[in-house]
Write a new protein. Structure first.
Length: 292
């Protein structure tokens, strides 16, 4: 069984439509794929139809932009009811923060002499519910200012670069609570990604486990072999489940091919057990796994 639990479509900042993503996952030999767009479930419907037609197991999820003690944390929420009012409200706030930040980034770029308008971003991001820096990067590519997303981030969009603008992120603990109410399961994406300091550390992860965290994504391209071993040991100490995934973004992110990291079948089975329990506790009609 090959299981990839973290991928993006054009519903956020990937480059494949949800249907194309699911077909690509099947073509890559995966048995299970999760669609986890940033801050939105808007790709789920199309992905579900495609999964049924190509015969792959689909886990519906999302990657929510949160913050904990000043550190940005991407929270993977699996199988929550996206129609739960508190979850819907939390996501709406994040999406509003994403949208309001784009004009500020464009203003900075114009200040640097780049002629770029909101319409340039809309043109390259027709399917997204979660506009972000990758779309501004795509507009810069389209305008011939940079060669690719990587150059756009390096020159303009990374923190510390001149067009970077921060955006609203939800509180991690509050979001975990909302996801639980909505019957979903919480896993922290690439906890030590982005080459920053090793935060959240074990003590923080222990607190988060007390607060209902189910697992951490250990096998991710942002983690080197040493960090993977340390994170695996922490997960063992805390009883957290361990996932592995590609964080595929289509052609939008290099070195994140579908299935480049995978989740062990027994860890996936644990995740599904926790999802059933969470669904039962929530009393919500949660989306199940789509089985071929
Ligand atoms: P945002 O959520 O709008 O702040 O944008 C963050 C997204 O940009 C994340 O999904 C990353 O995958 C993506 N990203 C960050 N750095 C790069 C890069 N150098 N090249 C392509 N995508 C990137
Ligand atoms: Zn992304
Ligand atoms: Fe992420
Ligand atoms: Fe991601």
């Amino acid at each position: 069984m090959r299981i990839d639990l973290h991928t993006h479509s054009v519903a956020s900042d990937g480059t494949d439509t949800p249907a194309a993503l699911v077909r690509a996952a099947a073509a890559a030999g995966l048995d299970v794929v999760a669609i986890t767009d940033h801050d939105t479930a808007s790709g789920w419907g199309e992905a579900e139809e495609a999964a049924q037609s190509v015969g792959i197991e689909l886990v519906r999820g999302m990657e929510i932009s949160t913050r904990h003690e000043g550190v940005g944390v991407h929270l993977l929420a699996y199988l929550p009811d996206p129609g739960h009012p508190a979850l819907d409200e939390a996501l709406s706030k994040i999406l509003a923060g994403r949208n309001s930040r784009v004009p500020a980034m464009l203003e900075r770029l114009r200040g640097l002499g780049v002629a770029i308008e909101a319409s340039d971003v809309r043109r390259v991001a027709p399917g997204t519910a979660a506009t972000g820096r990758p779309h501004v990067a795509d507009a810069l590519v389209d305008l011939g200012v940079v060669a690719d997303r990587t150059e756009a981030f390096r020159r303009f969009l990374n923190p510390g670069r001149p067009a970077y603008v921060d955006r609203y992120a939800a509180s991690l603990l509050e979001t975990m609570d909302v996801v639980a109410q909505a019957g979903g399961v919480c896993v922290i994406a690439h906890p030590w990604g982005r080459h920053g300091p090793h935060e959240p550390d074990e003590a923080t992860l222990a607190e988060l486990t007390e607060a209902g965290l189910a697992g951490i994504e250990v096998d991710h391209q942002d983690h080197d072999a040493h960090d993977r071993e340390r994170l695996r040991a922490i997960a063992g100490n805390l009883g957290l489940l361990v996932t592995g995934s590609s964080d595929y973004h289509g052609t939008g992110k290099r070195d994140h091919d579908l299935g480049c990291n995978t989740t062990a079948p027994e860890q996936y089975a644990r995740l599904l057990d926790l999802a059933s329990a969470a669904a039962q506790r929530s009393g919500r009609a949660v989306p199940g796994v789509v089985r071929p």
